[in-house]
Design a protein around this ligand. Structure first.
Ligand code: HDE
Length: 708
């Protein structure tokens, strides 16, 4: 990208980027270095001299390279991009990013998992963070959301408990990046407000195929405020243009081993190849008058507003078009904060949001070490900042003048206050009258209706995955009383679901359990008193909750493995490759060995991966061209059958030239030859259709039993 093409933030970052190409090595003090391999010694065999400032500088800097990882969301991947508005929202907000359609606002996005450490595997069953920093002309606006529309808890006071419960158990620091353990289910089964977010985590939303194929949600209800000072409530949504897709749990487990950086690599490679991921920003707007119209409280972050009740209006598009130059400087040092808002956007009284407003600056102080973290290149706004805050660790700005106080006359009263016409931030003047009380609103006290709605809204195959996930996770717990409590409360969500899980666990669903099961009110063990309230049914089904709702017929960036050996049918392969690549898919030649393979026309083709070094779970679909010799070679290769059988098991599309059938031993191809996504000697267009459909889930029940 040339300097001219760069957006304002990328240009701003260029000030601090360095390129060592053609340059002489120096110390940090600028002294030229002519030996960086040997320390200074008294004689060749030592001892090493303390005066060696070059050694000391190199080692000292190295000793301090690490900073604390994030308490949560430690593992993440970032990218630069921009946001463009389709139509002005000036009816609702005065924030120019949402009113000025001529703007191209730079953004930096960081996706993350929540529970795992910085080096944990990408495919953990977990919520994904979806944090967007908008560098607007009026200052930074951070939309720090997740890929699920609800959260585990209703009040920030419980956040440390939630996180302590899900993180590795403190005595042995096990398990890493996994919720399937006793402390988490102890907490969940005693804290029924978690159940809605929890069922989302049990669904395929928690194991996305790609960070580019998941939705994002601001979760909390925020406010938009227009020039007249009128406020509307708003929920923010990100809708991926590639559709929403997931992998199966069996794949996720295998991807852990095959490529623990699967999502990070996928995001990087797609942007690198020019396939820029895109999301539309959607708003659900609720007039203030409607605040109490719903059967749930819009301030409760464990509730979503079904799209059927308040439609999502798509107002603009975000495109990620540039990978970071330096992971640490950008992705690690970026500091998000839901309290970074601009005039025209404001908070609601959601008690979870209110607590977050304290937490995010506070955590940067220990993570980044100084209140000057806003001066780091990735964090600084694109507009000028002036105030009387001064000093502290690692201050970069050299503030001129004598005055660092307001009011002043010596400095001409500067920096002066923004006049109303200049758009200084004025909080929305919400009227608040209340008793000081440490309490939870009764209107938050329905923990079962929305998890039930979610489950009802899934397709059958999604429901099966949810039941399997509960069975797996609870099955990993060691205490029977925790398992029983879980069964008891799942039964309140959906009896069929609970029956499936109970069968998987080999346990009965108890009709009563010890201990509080709905204790938002406190740790009160009076079971009768805290029986779950009756479920409400304001909607039978919300189609938007199923993964199948957001579709895309694009196969761009899909990874397609071609299984070939020497002597493969070059013409057939060439035709298929062209058809797929024309649609933006990424084709890789996989062969029994690395190096090159020759087709039947004698032409050499570079092998992208030897079968031994890769796995079927890293591909979206496979194709096997004909060629007698090629098929013989594949048949001898120990992993070919596993590759094919796993692809079948995970319900992916397979295309074969006619002569392939019957030539590769130990596969289940014959059994699935009538399957809609097993394409024998079919035109590439059919294969493309099936890849775009992502999976043929109707195969699932039968394919599950493939022993691989
Ligand atoms: Fe966070 N959260 N959170 N969170 N959160 C952090 O801030 C916290 C919550 C979210 O890529 C931390 O800079 C509290 C909801 C994302 O850098 C920390 C509460 C949602 C990220 C923190 C919540 C989120 C964080 C850790 C309950 C979705 C990663 C490092 C009151 C709407 C941002 C940091 C990135 C990160 C606290 C709840 C999303 C400790 C106290 C709800 C995407 O400050």
């Amino acid at each position: 990208m040339s300097e001219k093409e760069k957006d304002k933030k990328s240009q701003d970052l260029t000030r601090d980027t360095k390129n060592a190409e053609g340059k002489t090595m120096t110390t940090n003090q600028g002294v030229k270095v002519n030996d960086t391999n040997n320390s200074l010694k008294a004689g060749e065999r030592g001892a090493t001299l303390l005066e060696d400032f070059i050694l000391r500088e190199k080692i000292t800097h190295f000793d301090h390279e690490r900073i604390p990882e994030r308490i949560v969301h430690a593992r993440g991947s970032g990218a630069h991009g921009y946001f463009e508005l389709y139509e002005s929202m000036d009816k609702y907000t005065k924030a120019p990013i949402f009113t000025d359609t001529s703007r191209k606002t730079p953004v930096f996005v960081r996706f993350s998992t929540v529970a795992g450490s910085k080096g944990s595997a990408d495919l953990a069953r977990d919520v994904r963070g979806f944090a967007v920093k908008f560098y607007t002309e009026e200052g930074i606006f951070d939309l720090v959301g997740n890929n699920m529309p609800v959260f585990f808890i209703q009040d920030s006071m419980k956040f440390p408990d939630l996180i302590h419960a899900v993180k590795p158990e403190p005595d042995r620091e096990i398990p890493q990046a996994a919720s399937a353990h006793d402390t988490f289910y102890d907490f969940v089964s005693l804290t029924t407000e978690t159940l809605h977010n929890h069922i989302w985590v049990m669904s395929d939303r928690a194991i996305p195929r790609s960070l580019r194929m998941m939705e994002g949600f601001g979760i909390h209800t925020f406010r938009l405020v227009n020039v007249e000072g009128k406020s509307h409530f708003v929920k923010f949504h990100w809708k991926p243009l590639l559709g929403t897709h997931s992998v199966t749990w069996d794949e996720a487990v295998k991807i852990h081993g095959a490529d623990s950086d699967f999502h990070r690599r996928d995001l990087w490679d797609a942007i690198d190849a020019g396939h820029f991921p895109e999301w539309e920003l959607g708003l659900q707007i609720i007039p203030e008058e409607d605040e109490h119209k719903f059967e749930f409280d819009i301030l409760d972050p464990t509730k979503l507003i079904p799209e059927e009740m308040v439609p999502v209006q798509r107002i603009g598009k975000m495109t990620l078009n540039r990978n970071p130059d330096n992971f640490f400087a950008e992705t690690e040092q970026v500091a998000f904060h839901p309290g970074h808002i601009v005039p025209g956007i404001d908070f609601s009284n959601d008690p979870l949001l209110q607590g977050r407003l304290f937490s995010y600056t506070d955590t940067q102080l220990s993570r980044l070490g100084s209140p000057n973290f806003h001066e780091l290149p990735i964090n600084r706004p694109v507009n000028e900042t002036h105030n009387n805050q001064r000093d502290a660790h690692m201050r970069m700005t050299i503030n001129k003048g004598k005055t660092a106080y307001f009011p002043n006359s010596i400095g001409g009263g500067c920096p002066h206050l923004a006049k109303m016409a200049e758009g200084g931030f004025t909080p929305y003047e919400e009227r608040i009258d209340g008793r000081k009380t440490r309490a939870r609103s009764e209107s938050f006290n329905d923990h079962y209706s929305q998890p039930a709605l979610f489950y009802r809204s899934l397709t059958d195959w999604e429901k099966d995955h949810v039941a399997d996930a509960y069975t797996f996770e609870i099955g990993k717990c060691t205490y029977d009383h925790i398992k029983e409590r879980m069964l008891y409360i799942i039964n309140q969500i959906d009896e069929d679901l609970a029956a499936k899980v109970a069968e998987g666990l080999g346990m009965e669903i108890p009709s009563k359990v010890e201990g509080p099961v709905n204790q938002a009110i406190g740790a009160d063990a009076d079971v009768e008193k805290h029986q779950p309230p009756k479920k409400k049914n304001y909607l039978d089904k919300s189609e938007a909750l199923s993964l199948t709702h957001l579709k895309s017929d694009s196969i761009a960036t899909r990874q397609i493995g071609f299984l070939v050996g020497n002597g493969f049918d070059g013409e057939s392969m060439g035709k298929m490759k062209k058809a797929l690549e024309d649609k933006g898919a990424m084709v890789q030649l996989l062969a029994p060995h690395g190096g090159t393979v020759k087709c039947d026309q004698g032409k050499s083709h570079k092998v992208d991966a030897a079968l031994l070094t890769t796995e079927s779970v890293l591909f979206d679909a496979i194709y096997i061209p004909g060629g007698t010799k090629s098929l013989e070679a594949l048949n001898k290769a120990p992993k070919t059958a596993k590759f094919i059988n796993e692809t079948l098991k995970h319900c992916k599309a397979i295309a074969l030239d006619k002569e392939v059938m019957g030539k590769i031993e130990n596969t289940y191809l014959e059994k699935f030859k009538e399957d809609a996504a097993v394409l024998i000697d079919k035109a590439p267009a059919k294969f493309i259709e099936q890849i775009a459909a992502h999976r043929n889930w109707s195969r699932q029940k039968e394919a599950m039993s493939i022993p691989v």
